[in-house]
Design a protein around this ligand. Sequence first.
Ligand SMILES: NC(=O)c1ccc[n+]([C@@H]2O[C@H](COP(=O)([O-])OP(=O)(O)OC[C@H]3O[C@@H](n4cnc5c(N)ncnc54)[C@H](OP(=O)(O)O)[C@@H]3O)[C@@H](O)[C@H]2O)c1
Ligand SMILES: [Zn+2]
Length: 387
Amino acid sequence: MDHEDASSDALGEQRDSEGRAERESVRRAERDAMERALELAALGPVPDPNPRVGCVLIDERGRVVGQGHHHGAGTPHAEIEALRSLARPASGLTAVVTLEPCNHTGRTGPCSQALIEAGISRVVIGQDDPNPQAAGGGVALEEAGIQVVRGVLRDRAAALNQDWDFAVRHGRPKVVWKYAATLDGRSAAADGTSRWITSSLARAQVHRERARCGALVIGTGTALADDPRLTVRGIDIPHQPLRVVVGHRELPSSMQVFSDEAPTLQLREHDPAAVLAELDRRGIRRVWLEGGPTLAGAFWRAGLIDEVVAHLTPKLLGSGAPALGDAGVSTIGEAHRLVIDEVSMLGPDLCVRAHPDPGTRPDPGTRLDPGTRLDPQCGAQGRGSHE
Ligand SMILES: NC(=O)c1ccc[n+]([C@@H]2O[C@H](COP(=O)([O-])OP(=O)(O)OC[C@H]3O[C@@H](n4cnc5c(N)ncnc54)[C@H](OP(=O)(O)O)[C@@H]3O)[C@@H](O)[C@H]2O)c1
Ligand SMILES: [Zn+2]
């Protein structure tokens, strides 16, 4: 190797290492910007029909020159707010966004188009658009010659919008069934009384949980028996969840559930899937199903419960309504199996959080044969088949 070759090799190595250092510093700046975008996204409202999204615009030296977040349905998307915050032209900037920019024209135009028109040269994405039908804006950006980087702090970005993500993937809101029962599984005494079955600590937790939901759902039976207010109390929230009463019976307009504290919808309907379709249409992503046993049973039969919150109180009744009515189970092999996620004490009461064991869960509209237990390891594609 002669002298000239050696010095050009050394120059090449120096350039390589400078290139690596530069790429590393760009990556670091983009990660920092994503951290900031996640913080901004978290300022968005929950519950809301839309996901929480944050966007930070950085220049070629990694300096933040613009930022924005989504303030909820009907307001500009994070990318648009960030572009509007700029004191300089957007051309050549990098947009760091917690969720893949949208590609559809909803109440606002597609953000992918706005970023293209603004002259953004690079887009860094946290979570990909989970919508199985419509691809997000990443491809549109790439087709317009914009560099797209995906998956930066993806898990944290996805964690911001678990209910929205679920609803987009399943085409319906997530359903959380909450019930309160005595240790012998009764939800009401023989005379129908059941109010304050659990302690004030358990009830305070109910209000915190209700506050995360877009709708609070009961059947006409519970409305008539308990005349509940069905509101969030003791917590500062921008607006009350939608109150939903399911069933055909005429209810007196004087009932508390029709007060002007919150909007109320009566769905004269017995099909849980139709109830959820209507709530989905209204942009509801998380449903708090609070009873009673008949309606809860119908949701179990339809395979439409995703989480369970049980408040168990150390009392015994020996008679009275069960916590759960007809859930489509006539023999032990058909039992709905749960996986327990968390057990905690709420004062004197026990709180159990669980979810249906995915291996034993029937698809909505299908029933397992008595005695069949699907292998939870099989996953979705192995359901019911054992080849
Ligand atoms: N401890 C707890 O956690 C808890 C929670 C809630 C209620 N409760 C207690 O539960 C009792 C009320 O029980 P419940 O079972 O009558 O209440 P429910 O489940 O709230 O209401 C039952 C009614 O919902 C309607 N409905 C809607 N979808 C249905 C379907 N798929 N199949 C059948 N009916 C359907 C029917 O009314 P229509 O005839 O009007 O259609 C039915 O009579 C009360 O004593 C209450 O205090 C306890
Ligand atoms: Zn958008």
